[in-house]
Design a protein around this ligand. Sequence first.
Ligand code: ATP
Length: 596
Amino acid sequence: MSKDVKRGDRAKSKSVRPLAALLPYLARYKKLVIGAVVSLFLAAFTTLALPTAVRRVIDHGFSDENAALVNNYFTVLLAIAMLLAIASACRYFFVITLGERVVSDIRRDVFENVMTLSSTFYDTAQSGEIVSRLTADTTQIKSAVGATASVALRNIILGVGALIMMVITSPSLAGIVVGVIPLIVLPLIAFGRRVRAKSRKAQDTLANASAYASEAIGAVRSFQAFTNESGATRHYSNAVDTAFNAARSAIGARSILTAFAIFMVFSSVVAVLWIGANRVLSGEMTPGTLGQFLLYAIFAAGALGALSEIWGEMQLAAGAAERLSELLVEQSDIKSPENPAPLPEPALGTASFEDVTFAYPTRPQDMALKGLSFNIQAGESVAIVGASGAGKSTLFGLLMRQYDPQSGTIKIDGLNVRDVDLKQLRERMAIVPQDVTILSGTVAENIAFGKPDASMDEIKAAAIAAQAQSFIEVLPEGYHTQVGERGVTLSGGQKQRVAIARAILRDAPILLLDEATSALDAENETLVQKALEKLMEGRTTLVIAHRLATILKADRILVMDNGQIVESGNHKTLSAKKNGVYARLASLQFNIGKAA
Ligand SMILES: Nc1ncnc2c1ncn2[C@@H]1O[C@H](COP(=O)(O)OP(=O)(O)OP(=O)(O)O)[C@@H](O)[C@H]1O
């Protein structure tokens, strides 16, 4: 995995080579590219034709004997202007459309890929950084592919064309100009590098500020609850100030660069004019030729100036392309095998761990599971209990293959989870997690999360079974009520019931319940418990339980401590064990003394 993505660094690019990553995207839209290039050339050539026409007007147009020709010259000038206008409009259309097209494709591809990345990636990646790449970096590319590349190409054509025309018009004057070019270009390149370094710093600091903003806005209620709004504002304004200072420094450097470029270019033009004027006075050159040469010199100088600016933009875009490429090539460490083994149909609903040892990639020294072994029979309901941090949720994560263990084997329906198709494997399970994920959208959409093609009737049936119908019905628009970002308009218990309905609708052979009823009041809990019991019928259920009622109903209890299964049995046998982990846990946590 790329360290840059993980650490959230913004890779520093010095060359424009990463822009090559855009070529496959451009290749998809050959017609647009051809349209853009043709109109670019047309616009450049018509621009180059203008000075020739101007010379003819100056040298011949103002004399009486050629009065008839004057009209012709001006007509030609007008025609050239019209051609230039049409070519420029086409260039704009093709080039900008191409930029938009390419960027939407890149956005989609990057998003598609990051959605497949594993928990290992997300343990360290900053979501704000990824979103910033999807927005800011793609925008940078859009301007590169759209405006910048076309301006660059136009100026290269124009610059080279103007230089050639200068040589044709007056080889000796052109010689002087060509000799002066390195004097202008070399300092510009050197200084341009510094400007770019500063611009890059400005962009990086802005990305940091944005990442913080997205995190803080997402957690605004917590900030308010802890009356820490001013702390957040201070943090953000510091980040913005840093970004501003970096930007100001870049702007300052760029202003000096611009002044230098303009002065050098114009003083060279003045020098050419000076020498040229002397030649006209001595009769070596016609005024029209000088005028034509001068126009070409201005074109060439303008093209050179534009290119020096554009180079910086291209490098920024190259940095953006590099960062996006990292996300595009990033591979999940959890993948389906090339030839997945077929899972038995119909599903059996068995699960087993064989001597599984696992440490989270971010904490390789810290074993979350140590030589874990157990067998779950089809249709069995197993409660997993243990102190906080014992490794219960980790066990669920491994079953769903969010991570792979360092050693040992995990099997579902008798097959190693590494040997089967990841999607099929996960389809065998439905989870009600500790942190319910509700997305902005309607209640119905949230229930159908694990089965997007579910009909309204199915959604309602699932909601009824999860005891969610009663609260959904009284929402302003029932099932079509928007729940807000992360379900902010729902209570904890309501979110939990939506999550249960979601699991019911998924109708998977193995149910994973992670304290599924912890946020419910006693009355609703009893109701939901009933719903869950019904759901559990004929299914294999693993339930991380913190409540006695759940534990009592389980066929078996696995007691976890410090990443290991230390006891296994039923409530009666386990609570009778003197100094047993369960007995101690139960007496503390469930008030077993009174309940049993
Ligand atoms: N993504 C992660 N990266 C690194 N360590 C983790 C990660 N998730 C959990 N851990 C660590 O792994 C250990 C087991 O955590 P786990 O979430 O499985 O505990 P648990 O038994 O489910 O606890 P609880 O009852 O509090 O939910 C803990 O020490 C925890 O800090």
